[in-house]
Design a protein around this ligand. Structure first.
Ligand SMILES: *[C@@H]1O[C@H](CO)[C@@H](O)[C@H](O)[C@H]1NC(C)=O
Ligand SMILES: *[C@@H]1O[C@H](CO)[C@@H](O)[C@H](O)[C@H]1NC(C)=O
Ligand SMILES: *[C@@H]1O[C@H](CO)[C@@H](O)[C@H](O)[C@H]1NC(C)=O
Ligand SMILES: *[C@@H]1O[C@H](CO)[C@@H](O)[C@H](O)[C@H]1NC(C)=O
Ligand SMILES: *[C@@H]1O[C@H](CO)[C@@H](O)[C@H](O)[C@H]1NC(C)=O
Length: 528
């Protein structure tokens, strides 16, 4: 056991060193640099785009996404984080949450917290390479101080909202904080609160703002455009006409949700058309990603994967992703890429692989430059992935009365909520459930309602706290192998303990009533 642990400790730095040398020496200096548009969908399930879902009983139609995906490179083994803030933090920093203190939950509107200000962000690095940088849509990386706002974190321009789950038409959001009901409007043009869009459905609005950025772009520079759609997160709201094609889906949540996906798909079609009209398409790379698995209790679907949003099962973390570009050679176009890729890989991939920049000034990254795996046929440098390790979610422990904390020094406490992939193996510890309690179960397999298939519930040992799967052989997590391979479990627990020892304490401060929008002209915004 010790030997294995040492091997991990010494092997990892070697891998990292090799990788950084590679990226320095392979810095391409072709010009002009390609434009990059990164489209992030919110709460889109793995089975909710038709190029995947048509094989799994889903009725949702996404013709524009399909055209881009099927005419680009589909990322089949693509992973994201199980909820919003974590994925966004890893996208913009290239670092795991255990290294930024964001391992627990999302950043709530009234929490004095944000992506740590000493993290160097993806748009900051791209500005160094002469990129114009723009963001449209959902931020969700904290805003308590002016220094946390998107325009202070590397974006030249920003149009969007700072919190989550707001009304799609009114752009307002309420919360009960410390027993008090507080609410406010949440939409900004750069730093300025913007009232005039009240009544405009956000998918239309964010699509239009993205097209405006494209139409007014100064072509002497490349651009990076980060579009974080509100769609298709709760609340379930969409103009009627988008629901019409789904009139025969009897579950109302699913019907509305399907309409929301189709509206977003139409927006992506409009944006692609704008790129073509302006002539920018020829030199643009379009990256599409979901931010987490689908919340299956409110319309989304991940079938046949197990689990849902906010769980560490594959249905919570295996994302929908593709990269489309006319710059790809024909040998690459249309491929399904089966390399191991994670959302933390985008920062090094875009900065070095696409923009030809260097990673100077960043903290030690957890992401890898996977550009050669996407645009060529190289194997992914990623062999391992910490899905998360959240020390603030502790399973009730039947063996000890201390809540499971600190039982055996130096040994990983399996009551903590964590999941790790090493090669084919995946270990999960804790309850196997969502971190919000009470909540409906999240550890099962739910088919799309329109398929008429029944859900499948797992048989679980009482108080089970460790699961082991061979994900390559068993991507649906049906056969728990933890009893069969105790040595593998031990090895992976050692690795988790290494990560635990290497993590910073979670930042999850109590809410601050000074956040109340009533104190800030009715808007959610910085209060410190
Ligand atoms: C948002 O505004 C609308 C219209 O003024 C109102 O009906 C609704 O209750 C508000 N919602 C929230 C969450 O504040
Ligand atoms: C529902 O409608 C769609 C599109 O009109 C059609 O393809 C599908 O077969 C219908 N499904 C059922 C169960 O009627
Ligand atoms: C896409 O463009 C069409 C035509 O201009 C427009 O009617 C539609 O509302 C747009 N869709 C979105 C989602 O912006
Ligand atoms: C885009 O590339 C194609 C093929 O090389 C070319 O025919 C077309 O004129 C280009 N369009 C623009 C707007 O540059
Ligand atoms: C990286 O190096 C460039 C060129 O020396 C410099 O302008 C830039 O500020 C550095 N970036 C960081 C984040 O240190």
């Amino acid at each position: 056991m010790l030997k294995l642990r040492m091997a991990f400790k010494y092997l990892l730095p070697v891998v990292v060193l090799y990788w950084s040398l590679e990226t320095v020496t392979s810095d391409p200096s072709h010009s002009p640099r390609p434009n990059v548009i990164f489209i992030l969908a919110d709460d889109l399930g793995h089975n909710d785009v038709s190029n995947i879902g048509r094989e799994h009983g889903s009725a949702i139609q996404t013709p524009h996404i399909d055209r881009l995906a099927e005419g680009g490179v589909r990322l089949d083994k693509y992973y994201v984080q199980p909820i919003c803030t974590p994925t966004r933090s890893q996208l913009l920093s290239g670092r795991y949450q255990i290294h930024t203190g964001l391992q627990h939950g999302t950043i709530n509107a009234a929490q004095p917290n944000c992506l740590p200000l000493d993290e160097v962000t993806l748009p900051q690095k791209l500005k160094e390479k002469g990129y114009a940088t723009h963001m449209v849509g959902k931020w969700h990386l904290g805003f308590y101080k002016a220094a946390c706002m998107p325009t202070e974190r590397g974006f030249d321009s920003y149009f969007g909202y700072l919190t989550g789950s707001e009304n799609y038409y009114f752009h307002n959001r309420s919360y009960t904080v410390n027993g008090k009901y507080i609410r406010g409007y949440d939409l900004r043009d750069n730093k300025t609160p913007a009232f005039q869009y009240k009544g405009q459905y956000s998918t239309h609005l964010f699509t239009q703002k993205t097209i405006d950025v494209i139409n007014t772009h100064d072509k002497s520079k490349p651009f990076f455009l980060y579009l974080a759609f509100q769609a298709v997160h709760l609340p379930l709201e969409v103009p009627l006409k988008y629901k019409e094609p789904y009139a025969n889906i009897s579950e109302l949540n699913r019907r509305t949700y399907a309409g929301m996906v189709t509206c977003m798909d139409e927006g992506i079609g409009n944006i692609t058309q704008a790129l073509k009209k302006t002539g920018l398409y020829n030199n643009t790379i379009i990256i599409f990603s979901s931010d987490n698995g689908g919340p299956v209790h409110v319309g989304a679907n991940n079938w046949p994967l197990r689990g849902c949003k906010a769980t560490l099962w594959e249905g919570g973390v295996r994302g929908v992703g593709f990269v489309h570009s006319p710059l790809f050679p024909p040998s690459v176009t249309g491929r399904i890429n089966r390399e191991f890729i994670h959302v933390s890989d985008w920062l090094p991939t875009i900065v070095t692989g696409i923009a030809g920049g260097s990673l100077n000034g960043t903290k030690p990254l957890d992401g890898f430059n996977v550009w050669d795996s996407i645009s060529g046929m190289e194997p992914s440098p990623r062999k391992e992935l910490l899905h998360n390790l959240d020390p603030l979610v502790v399973a009730p422990d039947v063996e000890s009365d201390d809540g499971g904390r600190g039982r055996i020094p130096g040994r990983f406490n399996t009551s903590l909520r964590a999941a790790l992939r090493v090669g084919d193996w995946k270990i999960q510890t804790g309850t196997g459930e969502k971190n919000e309690i009470p909540s409906p179960p999240g550890n099962f397999w739910k088919p799309p309602p329109e398929s008429g298939l029944p859900a499948i519930y797992p048989v679980q040992k009482p108080n089970q706290k460790v699961w082991l799967f061979n994900i390559t052989a068993d991507p649906l997590e049906r056969n728990d192998l933890s009893d069969k391979y105790p040595d593998v479990v031990e090895m992976l627990l050692c690795r988790l303990q290494n990560y635990y020892e290497d993590s910073v304490p979670p930042r999850f401060p109590p809410s601050d009533m000074n956040a109340d929008p009533a104190k800030h002209g009715g808007f959610w915004g910085p209060w410190e």
